[in-house]
Every structure is written in structure tokens, then in C-alpha cells.
Design a protein around this ligand. Structure first.
Ligand SMILES: [Cu+2]
Length: 749
């Protein structure tokens, strides 16, 4: 393996210098030293900040054998705090690496030592659990080998040439900025991905009514993934190759085991192979009976061990990882010779997806399962968008066909789903343990990018108390519009998938919209264990809960639990800022907003230049109510003065004396999002005046053209058109009842 050798060559001096392996009391301690340091990378033609460990991205693969003791020295050379979480590992809680929950953050220029026995085997990975560091390089493989005399050692599988693989994405945008933009419902990523689903595009695709119905049901255009990435990486490269193994050339008939971790922050990947079938032999580090498929999707943070065969001489076969939205991919070539490509996954039929969503969405914002019981990824609603399954025309299946979303029933292409995973060993829980059943709903709000469990974010919930020895059964329903890879720390759970005593063990379960899945585990190790969505931006928005054991011993690494909790909660309480200003010929108008999960502070202003000299500002402080957050009561402060050319006293539509030209008032009001995403606003001022207003922003006319309007009972109105030039700039023209016609440049942040 050239790339591995190269990495090794580069690292050899570091490895020799720092990595010492010692035998103490017949117990093998395997030590790694990890130096976490800022670096500049260039994946897209521009130098950008990233974080490298021992000078590399991904972080080095850490390899152990079951029975070893791991001793990992983390040297934080950053200017910020960090942490490392050992994903999928069974370990004492204080080694789990969740800052402010299982340990305090590792401060800059300090070293933290993680030390734990290796009591399992399989393919796992590790990553930073601090902020958004995982997005910019802090992910790596963590492989625990079976002992050769293990009774579960599988000849022909566990002795194959093995390649650790980490999938990831790269973006030139700062992840903090991505997170902010997602909360502000940006459509910039959709523009970059050519997936805006505007009215013009809808009309062109014969889907005008679909688009109209979608907005009637108060939905923004959705993609299967939120973020635009510049590059997809396999072991840090967009294109790589493996020609040799153990000094010998790969040849026809050779089998290779790929230990694949999805270290992407928010991307699911389709895995396909130009050399034929893929044999899945393990999932989340746990052995499963080999199952042959044509393709599989790997959820964020899942791991799969797969075996591929080199079917012919003089050919290098493409192993392809394609993002779920199919806009980007990375390739690994296996073998020697002419490249044999895998045909790319065809682009999604977005309006078919929109139509499907329209049918599923009730007017109150809840999903209607239409009597279907869905689980285990067997039915994929997104099938309607896959041309390779449903053809390029409309889907042929009738609405009553129970298999209309089942890819395996619709074509010969075999797609892996969770019901096909069967553990090689019995996985039953202790029989006489008491059972505690918990039910969760995955909830979310696409428009404001709030993600939660049972409509509560981490900072709004108490820990879930469980007892040591109990069997915990969790039934999870996904009532949100996106899929979520839910991850449990410190334990594997059985995924109840129809395989009886051989239900597979996993620590991630990907749950699609409207699916219900049941999982169970034995509570066997005390501590505070995080259970959360592994899409980084969902987790940071607060999509998680903490399991904690009754009467457990205090964690020596958390000297001040109150402080730790406050810092943990700070993650989802952070406000997101946005601002916009239009420098126009007739005046200047703009707004800024600061919002978090429930609260919003926003202010807008207008300054007139010409016929009308004056200014007006309106500030609203409000709180979003309910799961869909369509309702926002607020307190307002209005302050305006305008010198008009005339002095007659005007009245508003209610016959009250209009104060729109000279007003310093406090108000109470409420915003409500109506069908077609129109915001209705009712406001009562301290002088008793009433104002009712309707407005809509960002009506997607074409890919880059947005329209908006405002009309109110003070007889004011406004209409505008904005052309989006780039992420932070637009050209805007508008007509305002007071200030007239204007054209200008809009800057937005
Ligand atoms: Cu999620």
C-alpha cells in the first residue's frame, strides 16, 4: 500500500522517537503520542486552516490487539481546547473523551493521558468531541485486532490483507460559519449544489403544483444533505490507489478487507465497487454473517468491514464513495493497470422527492406515516429520487404497492439494509434483568435548524437515570424530515431486526424519517454516557440526551460538576448572528438578527435620502413557541421620524391616527408563519394603535433570483427582487410606498 508506506516513511522518525511499547506484568501497554496542531491544507486550490495530528489528516490509525492496554498521550498544541473520543469503545467513563461530561477539556499546551484496557475487537474510529474540530481534520481509524487464538477468529476473513479507510469531507468554509448559515436557513449551499428547487426549475420540470403545495405546507426546499463540500476524501485524498500488498502486487483473485469508518461530519456515502459484489462482514466493529450486496450506504460515524475481490489482471478497479446527494465523490483504485471505473450515481430527481414529502406532510407539520410501518432502512422514501431504481420517468409503482419504496423489491440492484445484518454470535441480554423501556421521538425544525429529542435540546433536559444491571430498551421514532445517525457511547446495543438471538450489535442506528427502530442494551458500566445524533451540526444544535447511572461514584475528572454542565449546555445555547444591509439609490435599509433555539432578537432600519428624509427602526425580542416554531410572540420597540412633503394627518386602515411618520412606541405583537411561508404579524402599540402586516422573503423565483413583499394596515407596502451574486452579496431592486423605487447593492452576513 503506497499511501500507507508514504505516511509511515514520513512519520517514522516521530514513531521511533515517541512510540514505546512496554511489557509490564505480562500486560502489553501500547502507547501512542498524538500531537494536535494547527496546520494549513490545500484541498481546493486555496490554503485553509485545518487541524492535523502528528502532521497528518486523517489522524494516524491506532492499532491494538484485544487484551492490550491503550495508553494515549494527547499533546494539545492548539490555541484552543480539545478532546478525543474513542468511538464505539467499551471503556471506563472518564476515558470516553466528551469534554464537560466525562472529563474537562484538554487546555492548550497541556497533555492528557487516556489509559484503558482493550476488551473488544473490531473496526472503530476516534475523533475530537470539542466544538466543530471534527470537521477540519480530527478523525482517524481505531482498529482492535482479534487474538489469533480467539474462538471467533474467522479464517478467510480475519487473515485477509486489511486496509483501514476513513471517509471524510472537506469544505473551505469555516465550520462555525457553516453552522451559522444553516441556522439562518441559507440556500447558498443549494445554489452551489445546483439543488435550489426554485419555481422556474419546478415549472421546467413540470412540477409547478408540487412546488406550490410544498410551500403551502410551509416547507423550504430540502436536500438529502445540508452542506456543500469542496472535496470528498478517502484517507485524506480524493483519488488514491493500492497496487501492492505486503510487498507483492495485487493480482486477480486477491481479496482485500477494507475497514471503513465514516469520519464525515455530515455526509452519508454510497459505497460501490467496479470489480463486482461487496461482501459485508462487520458493522460498527461487530462481526456479522457475510452478506453480498451491490452497494451500501454508510451513515455518518458508522463503520463497515467489507471484502472486495480483484476480478482480473492488468486492471485497477475503482472503489467509489459518493455523497448521498450525489454531488461529489472520492475514488480508491485497487489493483494494477488500466482503470476500470464504476459508473457514477445519477443525480437525484429532487421534485419527485418534494412530491413524496408533500404527500407525507400534514398541514400541522407532522409526518403522516400513511399506515406504513417502516424501520431498519428497508423502505427508503428517497427511492423516488433515484433514477437507477425508479427510472428517469415517473415512478411506475402504484400508491398501494407496499414495496413502492423498497429498492431491493424494485430492481436487481441489492442494497444493504439493517434487516440483512446477522450477528455471528448470540447477542441476547441477561435474561432475568429488569427491563426499562424508553420512547423517544426525533424532532426537528428545518427552517430554523433546530434539532432535538422529544422537542427538547440537551440544555433543556435532565439526564436519563438508569440502574446498573437493567436491560434498557429504546424505541425511537423519527418524526423529523431528515435521517439521523443516533450514537450511544460506551455500550453496543442490539438492533431488533428480525434476526432473533443473533440481532446485530451496533452503536449507531441510522433512522430515516417516519421510521421506528427498537434497540436494547444491558446497563453494565457506570458513568455519564452521551446518546446523540452524530451529524455534527445536529449534535451542536442540541440533538442528544445523557444516560446516567443511579448512585454512581463521582467522576474524578469533573471536579466541579455544575461548571461542567454549564459549559456543556453552552453548546446549544449559542446565539447565531445574521445581518444584511442594502445600499440603495433611495436609501439604506438593513437588519440584524441574533437567534438561538427559542429566542430571537432582531432589528431592522430604513434611512431615506431624497424626497423623504427620515429614519425608522423596529426591534423585536421574541420567543418561538411549539414544535414547528411557527408562532413567535414578541415585545417591540419602534422609533421613527420622517419629514414628509405634506402635513395632513393620515389614518390607518382601522381609522386610527397613523403614527407611522413620528413614533416612539413600545409594542406587543406576534408573528405567525402561514401557508406559503407568509409571515403574519399583529402588533399593538402603547398608544392603542394596531398594525397588521403580511410579509414574505426569499421566494425562490430562479436558482439565484429571490422575491419578497410586505404590506400592512398603515398603508405601507414594499416589493423587492434580489439577485444572489455570491454568499455575501446581491443586487436588489425594490419599490417602497414611502421611499419609492430604488436599486442597490446588498451585503449580507
Ligand atoms: Cu441528526
Amino acid at each position: 500500500m503506497d499511501f500507507q508506506k508514504n505516511i509511515y516513511k514520513k512519520l517514522l522518525p516521530i514513531v521511533l522517537l515517541l512510540s514505546t511499547t512496554q511489557i509490564i506484568y505480562a500486560q502489553k501497554i501500547v502507547r501512542y503520542d498524538l500531537y494536535v496542531k494547527d496546520t494549513i491544507v490545500n484541498f481546493s486550490g486555496k490554503g485553509k486552516r485545518a487541524i492535523a495530528v502528528n502532521g497528518q489528516i486523517p489522524m494516524p490509525t491506532l492499532t491494538f490487539t484485544e487484551g492490550d492496554t491503550a495508553e494515549i498521550h494527547v499533546h494539545n498544541l492548539l490555541k484552543e481546547e480539545t478532546s478525543l473520543h474513542w468511538h464505539g469503545l467499551f471503556l471506563p467513563n472518564k476515558e470516553d473523551g466528551v469534554p464537560n461530561l466525562t472529563q474537562m477539556p484538554i487546555k492548550p499546551n497541556t497533555t492528557h493521558i487516556y489509559r484503558f484496557p482493550i476488551i473488544q475487537n473490531g473496526t472503530h474510529w476516534y475523533h475530537s468531541h470539542s466544538g466543530l474540530q471534527e470537521q477540519i481534520g480530527m478523525y482517524g481509524n481505531f482498529v482492535m485486532l482479534k487474538k489469533v487464538n480467539d474462538k471467533n477468529f474467522r479464517k478467510g476473513i480475519d487473515d485477509l490483507p486489511t486496509v483501514p479507510i476513513v471517509l471524510s469531507e472537506w469544505t473551505d468554509y469555516k465550520p462555525e460559519n457553516i453552522h451559522r448559515m444553516l441556522h439562518n436557513a441559507t440556500d447558498w449551499f443549494a445554489i452551489k449544489k445546483n439543488a435550489t428547487q426554485s419555481y422556474a426549475e419546478a415549472i421546467k420540470a413540470g412540477h409547478f403544483k408540487t412546488k406550490l403545495k410544498n410551500e403551502w405546507k410551509r416547507m423550504l426546499a430540502m436536500d438529502v444533505s445540508d452542506v456543500y463540500y469542496d472535496k470528498i476524501l478517502i484517507n485524506g485524498k480524493q483519488i488514491s490507489e493500492i497496487k501492492n500488498f505486503g510487498g507483492e502486487q495485487l493480482k486477480a483473485g486477491d481479496k482485500v478487507r477494507l475497514r471503513i469508518s465514516n469520519g464525515g461530519a455530515s455526509s452519508y456515502f454510497w459505497l460501490t465497487y467496479a470489480g463486482g459484489k461487496i461482501t459485508v462482514v462487520a458493522s460498527d466493529g461487530n462481526d456479522v454473517e457475510p452478506v453480498e450486496v451491490d452497494r451500501l450506504i454508510i451513515a455518518v460515524s458508522e463503520t463497515y468491514d467489507i471484502i472486495v475481490t480483484i476480478p482480473a489482471e492488468n486492471t485497477a478497479f475503482e472503489f467509489l464513495a459518493t455523497t448521498e446527494d450525489r454531488t461529489n465523490s472520492a475514488s480508491l483504485y485497487l489493483g494494477n493497470g488500466i482503470k476500470q471505473l464504476k459508473s457514477p450515481q445519477p443525480r437525484l430527481k429532487y421534485f419527485e422527492g418534494m412530491k413524496m414529502m408533500n404527500d407525507m406532510m400534514k398541514m400541522n407539520g407532522e409526518l403522516d406515516d400513511m399506515g406504513m410501518f417502516m424501520s431498519l432502512n428497508q423502505m427508503d422514501m428517497n427511492v423516488v429520487m433515484y433514477p437507477e431504481i425508479t427510472g428517469n420517468s415517473k415512478p411506475k409503482q402504484s400508491d398501494n404497492d407496499p414495496n413502492r419504496y423498497n429498492a431491493n423489491a424494485l430492481t436487481d440492484i441489492v442494497t444493504l439494509n439493517y434487516s440483512m445484518l446477522k450477528s455471528t454470535t448470540k447477542t441476547e441480554l441477561p435474561k432475568d434483568a429488569p427491563v426499562k423501556e424508553l420512547r423517544f421521538e426525533l424532532t426537528g425544525n428545518m427552517n430554523r435548524y433546530v434539532w432535538s429529542l422529544d422537542n427538547k435540546v440537551v440544555s433543556e433536559t435532565d439526564k436519563i437515570l438508569i440502574k446498573k444491571g437493567e436491560n434498557i430498551r429504546i424505541v425511537i421514532y423519527n418524526g423529523s424530515m431528515m435521517r439521523h445517525p443516533m450514537h450511544l457511547h460506551g455500550h453496543d446495543f442490539r438492533l431488533l431486526n428480525g434476526q432473533g438471538k443473533n440481532a446485530p450489535l451496533k452503536n449507531i442506528v441510522d433512522i430515516m424519517p417516519m421510521e421506528t427502530d427498537t434497540l436494547e442494551f444491558n446497563a453494565n458500566v457506570e458513568g455519564d454516557w452521551f446518546f446523540h445524533c452524530h451529524i455534527l451540526y445536529h449534535m451542536m444544535s442540541g440533538m442528544g440526551k445523557v444516560f446516567t447511572y443511579e448512585n454512581q461514584a463521582p467522576n474524578p475528572l469533573i471536579p466541579n460538576p455544575k461548571l461542567a454542565q454549564r459549559q456543556l449546555f453552552a453548546d446549544d445555547r449559542k446565539p447565531h448572528f445574521m445581518a444584511e444591509n442594502d445600499f440603495a439609490t433611495n436609501g439604506n435599509d438593513g437588519m440584524f438578527m441574533l437567534q438561538n433555539t427559542r429566542w430571537s432578537i432582531g432589528s431592522e432600519w430604513r434611512l431615506g435620502y431624497h424626497d423623504i428624509h427620515g429614519y425608522e427602526t423596529e426591534t423585536h425580542i421574541g420567543r418561538y413557541i411549539g414544535k414547528m416554531q411557527w408562532l413567535m410572540p414578541f415585545i417591540g420597540f419602534d422609533w421613527r421620524y420622517r419629514k414628509l412633503g405634506h402635513n395632513e394627518i393620515e389614518q390607518n386602515l382601522f381609522g386610527q391616527t397613523n403614527t407611522k411618520d413620528n413614533r416612539t412606541q413600545v409594542s406587543l405583537g406576534v408573528n405567525y408563519t402561514l401557508p406559503m411561508l407568509i409571515i403574519a404579524q399583529a402588533e399593538v402599540y402603547q398608544d392603542g394603535n394596531i398594525r397588521f402586516q403580511l410579509m414574505r422573503e426569499d421566494i425562490p423565483i430562479t436558482k439565484r433570483l429571490r422575491a419578497g413583499f410586505m404590506v400592512n394596515t398603515d398603508k405601507e407596502f414594499m416589493f423587492d427582487l434580489r439577485y444572489i451574486v455570491n454568499k455575501n452579496m446581491g443586487v436588489r431592486t425594490h419599490y417602497d410606498s414611502d421611499m419609492g423605487f430604488g436599486i442597490g447593492l446588498t451585503l449580507n452576513y
